[in-house]
Design a protein around this ligand. Structure first.
Ligand SMILES: [Zn+2]
Length: 334
């Protein structure tokens, strides 16, 4: 481990000197080696993909392939940021009703082994595996990932076609609770990739895993963009009032299309705010223009999107444990 890589390296901390954790970041694989991950032709051509690639300046990053460039950019930003840890999420495929993998219907895939390997390479990276509970070997994969050191698993309701309320997922949820694995579910409308159903992102559908005793994080707190015809945020609030084992992360909420969502969340009751977890949704960049009154037009953190996102969110009142809450949920200390 180099001095730069060490989580103990001296750098500024948040109030109370708490560790700083980002619970929601992504790495993408272009598809040079599809076994480790890929974006479908359709996703590669999508305007949002091209916009993110242009905004992140990915082509000028070091690396032989686009996949290597994306990986290097992530590692460079995590290393130079204020973060002690970042959860890097895998993205499971779409599965057919018989439990077999459906590659032609999969538009965004990152294998669990890819993020487990990243975590072995960098001590600041926490692996966030992804398991589609429709897969035939979902229970086995959950145990395998847990044995490999993973304590947080992501289910992408909209892209992976998962209605979390299905009774057939009961054994998966019970096993997650038994193994102490936190499940992060995507909530709120999805725009970056082709979806199977936006309706699956409704926070009310999370009752089944919550009743099974799983610690659940509703990614994005059910928020939708200002142009969406639904707003699932009130349902997220309703579920937070009903279940103490439900949390919400702030991923994507510092972008222009959801710029009102952080203010709305910060006005909630303290009992709700103390279950909000920091997450950026890197590499989707935060908007400093939308928050210029809070962080200024040229904040020093602007050179690192992970730091800028954290700075914006720390300007809201989510409490002193906001940035290290995830470690408590994962049962680990810094
Ligand atoms: Zn995300």
């Amino acid at each position: 481990m180099t001095q730069q890589d060490s989580p103990c390296a001296a750098r500024p901390k948040t109030i109370d000197d708490m560790p700083v954790v980002d619970a929601h970041t992504h790495v993408f694989c272009w598809g040079e080696n599809p076994a480790e991950g890929f974006l479908s032709q359709r996703t590669r051509r999508k305007w949002t993909t091209r916009l993110v690639m242009a905004l992140t300046g990915i082509r000028s990053e070091e690396g032989e392939t686009l996949t290597a460039k994306m990986r290097n950019r992530l590692l460079r930003h995590v290393r130079s940021s204020r973060l002690d840890y970042a959860v890097v999420l895998a993205q499971d495929a779409v599965y057919r009703p018989d439990g077999t993998r459906d590659d032609p219907a999969t538009h965004f895939y990152v294998s669990n082994d890819y993020v487990l390997e990243l975590a072995r390479e960098s001590p600041r990276i926490i692996p966030g595996c992804s398991i589609n509970p429709h897969r035939g070997d979902a229970l086995h994969e959950l145990e395998r990932c847990r044995d490999a050191g993973c304590r947080l698993v992501k289910v992408h309701t909209a892209i992976q076609g998962v209605d979390p309320s299905l009774e057939k997922f009961e054994p998966f949820y019970r096993l997650a609770a038994e193994l102490g694995v936190v499940l992060t579910f995507h909530t709120g409308f999805e725009h970056s990739c082709r979806v199977i159903s936006q309706q699956f992102t409704d926070p009310l559908l999370l009752a089944r895993p919550l009743e099974a005793g799983v610690t659940v994080i509703a990614a994005h707190c059910g928020t939708c963009a200002f142009f969406d015809r639904e707003d699932y945020y009130p349902r997220f609030v309703e579920m937070m009032c009903r279940y103490n084992n439900l949390y919400g992360d702030t991923a994507i909420m510092a972008t222009l299309v959801r710029w009102r969502s952080l203010g709305r969340l910060a006005r909630e009751d303290e009992r709700l705010r103390e279950r909000i977890v920091h997450g950026s949704d890197y590499p989707f960049p935060p908007s400093r223009l939308a928050f210029a009154r809070r962080v200024g037009l040229f904040p020093p953190e602007r050179r690192n999107p992970l730091d800028l996102d954290l700075r914006i969110k720390e300007s809201f009142a989510f409490g002193p444990r906001y940035a290290d809450r995830l470690l408590q949920l994962l049962g680990r200390s810094a």
